[in-house]
Design a protein around this ligand. Structure first.
Ligand code: UDP
Length: 233
């Protein structure tokens, strides 16, 4: 069982939840776990900034507002059990699967689905598997792919202004009461691979996964750079 990095609470308002970001970091599907004091605050602030930015670019999400250093209010949705991954540069599990080294540019961004099922270690699945499992309809699959690409284009531009290459990222979507698809969960250095444009230094959770640096230092760097970008737009 993966340790949860966020906790969801009901609020007095129907359809509105409170998310509290925790300081836990996990890797290897929960086998490694560590607490980093202040990680929750950074991820809350980075996710809030990104969801606000996406909204300004016409991409809606479950985000309503940031209510404290570590908490947000979000719209309640029914989460679709898929991790939707978009890749711009070869890295991580895809580099491994294809037997190639990390760093190769992917000209046409690749969208992938992973089935969110802890007992199975979130396996990679294709569109037909998604339909077979009945986790999304054909139409929804098309929307998920299209939205993932739109999010990728907007985020690539944002991170580029921050001197960061958006290598890959994972997003999750939910269904609202009226059945529409809404971007949900979080977008942070926990869920993105972020490399410095000049040096390719890793500024994301890989510093923890691979034991190659200080997680809080690099998350701070990402927050500071993003704040600088949004201040100047
Ligand atoms: N990712 C995530 N949660 C997961 C698995 C992956 O946020 O449970 C993100 C990861 O941070 C990266 C992208 O999805 O930005 C692609 O990850 P990959 O498939 O390469 O898996 P990894 O090797 O990171 O486990």
């Amino acid at each position: 069982m993966k340790a949860r990095q966020k906790k969801l609470y009901k609020t007095p308002e129907a359809g509105v939840l409170r998310v509290a970001y925790k300081d836990d970091a996990t890797a290897l599907n929960g086998e490694r776990r560590e607490i980093f004091a202040g990680k929750g605050r950074r991820n809350n602030q980075i996710t809030s900034l990104i969801f606000r930015y996406l909204k300004a670019k016409g991409i809606d999400s479950h985000f309503i507002e940031e209510i404290s250093e570590t908490e947000q209010l979000v719209q309640e949705v029914e989460i679709i059990p898929l991790e939707v991954v978009v890749r711009n540069v070869l890295a991580g599990s895809l580099a491994k699967r294809l037997g190639k080294s990390e760093g190769e540019l992917i000209e046409q961004p690749i969208v992938e689905f992973y089935y969110k099922e802890d007992a199975l270690n979130d396996p990679f699945i294709n569109d037909d598997h998604v339909l077979f499992l009945e986790v999304a309809t054909n139409r929804e699959v098309e929307i998920l792919k299209q939205e993932a690409k739109r999010i990728n284009a907007a985020l690539t531009e944002l991170f580029k202004k921050a001197g960061v290459t958006l290598v890959d990222f994972k997003v999750e979507f939910g269904r609202t009461k009226d059945g529409s698809i809404l971007l949900s969960d979080e977008i942070s250095p926990d869920t993105c691979r972020l490399w410095d444009v000049e040096t390719n230094e890793k500024l994301d959770k890989d510093v923890f996964r691979r034991n190659i640096g200080n997680l809080i230092t690099v998350y701070d760097e990402i927050l500071a750079r993003l704040e600088e970008v949004v201040r100047n737009v």
